[in-house]
Design a protein around this ligand. Structure first.
Ligand code: BES
Ligand code: MN
Ligand code: ZN
Length: 460
């Protein structure tokens, strides 16, 4: 069983008891005398997030108590147990009683075990958990492994995660799970009519590419995932200030999360014909960079005027979405770290999603809540569509004014999706700015778990 789960412990696992302010007194009463006095001496009152290890008679750790919000509290963080791997000494543990949601607590424990260890001997906590009875530990491990993949890809700095390395990661996944892989690179993008992907990526010494992965029975419903793979976003000639550029290694967060989602779908063998498209580029600065007010004829045939070279994500997605749309998929999903405006509207932890499909919207909201993978619907507000008008071309990529930036980005993408039966767009952040339980600081898996569960329900 994958880390951090321990299914065959050699010694009895140390029990973790979850307590709240209300239940603590009764729990304390049942503890051995010495442990109860130790907890009292430590002034432990089961405050949410507080953890105390209690000694056994032999001086070993006999017991752990961990504080949670009361059952009736207005806001409960169901991922609180995700802090435990960072708090506990090495050992094998088990849940002695049920946290608020035992499945999410187990998932949180696994998500909270993640450390990025590529450049320094991993400070991987040697804290293991005997999975509680009744939870589908294989499914939880599948989700935690996918999240670790997304986080690793995002956390890897751009010098080691360019378009080529992103393609290699996709190829490795394809061969691991029996998918077919294809990649269109450099000037070949022009020959095969992906002008926008080429335009954004051509200034980099690392050639742009369109990564493709296909899997599953062609007779099954067609689900296509598109992910923004900007391996570094300098802003291009509309250069970002250093503060805005600092974490732009994460600008391939859409691609990372699409790969995480694809891995879960394939591993769970969902009954879909899966296709993954990742336009992978570096938005760099050079003499041959695309410029403000350049105009490119896109794959879809629309002439796109460049209002801002920093609105590059929607450009590369536009060509990839146009290709995806050509085979009229049953469901087309795109994920990308597209706008700072999404973060201004909803903050880093609550990505907005967009769709015209009311049933899909309801299902996304339900699964997002159920999986604690929060997503919030925003409108494809028709009156703002005219803000994308160009005076000389069919459309401009960056409306002046800057109002409703996440919405106008979604409206831009919408122009390139005309034939898919259903379309879902998520403007993710892909990054946890400061650590929270189950969410270490750095690259983050967003939207992938919620969409995986949504797909499992329909195609499991
Ligand atoms: N990758 C950025 C969006 C981004 C910035 C996400 C910061 C998360 C944090 C994207 O390519 C971008 O630069 N968008 C511009 C669009 C604008 C020029 C219309 C933005 O949001 O400022
Ligand atoms: Mn940008
Ligand atoms: Zn970007």
């Amino acid at each position: 069983m994958p880390f951090p789960f321990e299914t065959a412990p050699t010694a009895p696992a140390i029990p973790i008891t979850f307590a709240t302010k209300t239940t603590w007194d009764a729990i304390a009463r049942d503890l051995p005398e010495q442990a109860r006095r130790f907890a009292s001496a430590n002034d432990f009152t089961a405050k949410p997030g507080k953890c105390l290890t209690l000694p056994a008679a032999d001086g070993q750790i006999g017991h752990v108590v961990f504080g949670l919000e009361d059952e009736t509290a207005k806001s409960r963080d169901l991922f609180r147990p995700g802090a435990l791997p960072g708090l506990l000494p090495p050992g094998v543990y088990r849940f002695a009683n049920a946290p608020h949601d035992v499945r999410l607590a187990t998932l949180a424990f696994a998500l909270g075990s993640y450390r990025f260890g590529r450049y320094r001997k991993a400070e991987q906590p040697e804290v293991r958990l005997v999975p509680p009875e009744g939870v589908d530990v294989a499914d939880i491990a599948r989700m935690a492994e996918a999240a670790a993949l997304a986080r690793d890809l995002i956390n890897t700095p751009s010098n080691d995660m360019g378009p080529e390395q992103l393609a290699e990661a996709a190829q490795a996944m394809a061969s691991r799970l029996g998918a077919s892989f294809n990649c269109i690179t450099g000037d070949e993008l022009l020959k095969q009519n992906f002008p926008l992907i080429h335009a954004v990526g051509m200034a980099s010494t690392r050639a742009p590419r369109l990564i493709e992965l296909s899997w599953g029975d062609p007779a099954h419903p067609k689900v296509t995932l598109v992910g923004k793979g900007v391996c570094f976003d300098t802003g291009g000639l509309d250069l970002k200030p250093s503060s805005g550029m600092l974490i732009m290694k994460k600008d391939m967060g859409g691609a990372a999360n699409v790969l995480a989602l694809a891995q879960m779908v394939m591993d769970a063998k969902l009954k879909v014909r899966l296709r993954v498209l990742i336009p992978a580029v570096e938005n760099a600065v050079a003499g041959n960079a695309f410029r403000p007010l350049d105009i490119f004829r896109s794959r879809k045939g629309l002439n796109v005027e460049i209002g801002n070279t920093d609105a590059e994500g929607r450009l590369v997605l536009a060509d990839a979405l146009a290709l995806a749309d050509e085979e009229k998929p049953d469901l087309l999903v795109d994920l990308g770290t597209l706008t700072g405006a999404a973060r201004v509207a909803l903050g880093p932890d609550l990505p907005p999603f967009y769709t015209h499909d009311e049933r899909l919207a309801e299902s996304v909201a339900t699964h997002a809540k159920r999986e604690n993978d929060p997503l919030w619907r925003m409108p494809l507000w028709p009156p703002y569509d005219s803000w994308l008008d160009s005076k000389v071309a069919d459309i401009n990529n960056a409306p002046s004014g800057g109002f409703a930036g996440s919405i106008t980005c979604a409206l831009f993408l919408q122009r390139f999706v005309t034939d898919a039966k259903s379309w879902l767009h998520v403007d993710i952040y892909g990054w946890t700015p400061s650590a929270k339980p189950a969410r270490p600081e750095g690259g983050e898996c967003q939207a992938a778990r919620a969409i995986y569960k949504l797909l499992s329900e329909s195609y499991g």
